[in-house]
Design a protein around this ligand. Sequence first.
Ligand code: ZN
Length: 296
Amino acid sequence: MSEKRFGSIEAGGTKFVCAVGNEKFKILETSIFPTGEPDKTMAHVKAFFEKHPVDALSIGTFGPVDIDQSSSTYGAILASPKKAWQGFNFIQAVKEWFSGSVFLTTDVNSSTYGEYTMGGAKEDASCVYVTVGTGIGAGVIQNNQFVGGTTHLEIGHGFIHRHEADFDFSGVCPYHGGSCFEGVAAGPSIEARTGISGENLPQDHPVWTIEAYYLAQLAYDLRVNFAPAKIIFGGGVINEELIEKVRIQFEEINAGYVVVPSLNEFIVSSTFEDNASATVGNFALAQKVLNEDNQA
Ligand code: ZN
């Protein structure tokens, strides 16, 4: 039997990343192009996979999106700020030209699965992955299943306790202003306060203390709600100095209450380069859906 090939489609707000991998989830081919109108963008996707055929595909997309496999609108983008994509159904669009197995989840869930299979949580039965970039999102996996009931989690929009030195900042979430994690801790909030992007902000800037306070609350919420073996942070805002600050503030917030492993092992940053966790996660999810379809 010839070796299987797996496809990954990362549908981001500004760019699409298509990739082909082998059974070891090694990236063999990749193509990156800007996110435009659905028809034009999907024509690029189709052309890529016609040139590089695969046995199964997994899509990790921006949301909100219907990820319920039993739903009649499984794969459809819901009330997205990207108006042209509202109501667009990825699964149906891909099935017009691809007859193999297809899986779809959120981009952050794809990254979480990458961490779970090949990344920082590959030895663990459970993990949480948090991305802190233009937005904040988190995926939770327990015993090889995503946690979530009717749809994907929206932990980035959970309510927060504001830092006393940050009361004057009104926040950037269009729905919750400065009352949710995304409103005060995602990349655009750092830039709104300082005029400098998180990637370029000096490490001794006081905003990092505020940022760490919020991410420590998020890590604490994730710990008390899901009790994962590990919490992994990724995304453009994350760096090792920040993670160390998060650990210190986590300890203060927890105040010795919940038992956690050594924080150096419990709260970590992603070891994948160029956010490849989502690509690898999609390869693994494509393999999983192919195996499930073969058994069905
Ligand atoms: Zn919000």
